[in-house]
Design a protein. Sequence first.
Length: 452
Amino acid sequence: MTELLLFIGALVVFALIVRVKAPAVYWVLFGLPAALYRILSSYRPTMEACELTVAPPWWKVFAKKLSAGEQQARPGVPKLRGIRPTRTGLVLRLRLAAGLAPDDVVKSAERLRHAWGVYSVHVFEIKPGVVDLRMTGFDILAHVRMPRRLAAGSLSATVALREDGRPYVRDYQEIPHGLTLGANKSGKSVHQRCLIKALAPLDVALVGIDCKRGVEQGPFAPRLSALAITPDQAEGLLDALVEEMEDRFDLLCLHQGIAPGTPLEDITSDIWGLPKKLRPVPIVVLIDEIAELFLIASKADSARRDHMVTQLVRLAQLARAVGIYLEVCGQRFGSELGKGATALRAQLTGRVVHRCNDKQTAEMGLGDVNELAVAAATSIAPERAGTAIVGDSSGNWTRIRTPKTSLGEVAAVCREFAHLTPDIPTLAPFRPATGVPASAPAATPSIASGTP
């Protein structure tokens, strides 16, 4: 008896330690069996208590009336079609009863979470009448561990972890342009680092605009096809990008047999329809702090600002078809920046909003996505740096968190894949010289003669 008590005591102590130090191990050993027991033993009562029921079919009611018993026909509930455990939770596949919709399950998700004692419940529609309940057994965003198997794609970058346990993938062919907002120390820089780290091994050209003298993007110079570290250089680089865009449109026109003088707005095809040998390499433009391109110190800077904003709006409106994509970062992005800010923001479909100090900033990024997403962005705790709300024009949103990634770690990846940096003649004057710190002021853009 004493040995049994000692064993139970040691098991309890082990469980308490593992729960704090290794929540994933605790979930597999203890949390998952307990959750399965609660779900299987109380499935129908829980569904009825959460009001996920419909009236029984007429034939069941009629059969009960004909039977000798006085028991009434029980209401219909979603059918449990499968259970799949995961390393962070489990997934239930439900066949909805006639009369129920996925929105009904979404409204009851919080009650299901408390009834079954799991950390979170997320609902995903698989096909009409079938939904998945993806449950997590612990706070997976507290210590982010990316899945070993990451999504592969020619223009897909796995950046962060979603709160439902799935990786957050930035797919430029699906959402071409993106906007990242957030206060100081909220995790914007780490988000950009993770994005560059994921894009570095891909067949893509990376272009940086970092008007903080290149302190954020300078270490990534070996993998950058172009880099601007001052507003003056940014103006020249944006002109070069627009020139590259127009050259690519001309290429499309020639391939399709359309006259080169055809207005760009009338061309609806894109470079992905070209043969592979003719297809130009995609370009991702990473703007570190958008406000630096809008703010002016004197009236003399006004013309430069208006010109850069015009070029940015043109790129956002037209460049997607020729494989040029914008990733814009900033602390705020409202109309107070000046003319053209709202027009540019409207073209940036993907929204990632980190912790915001005020509701107005959150509304700039998520106000046209979902009001609940705005409230979620303003409730992120300061100690949860890297946590963000991601949404798009469809109205869907979720929480994500990027893993801690140092500047040196990403710089090492950029050096490793420096041989993949494409040479684009139009951008050659802005190719950073890897032997000189990008943060050093330069009178003219440095030119690299070849691949570093």
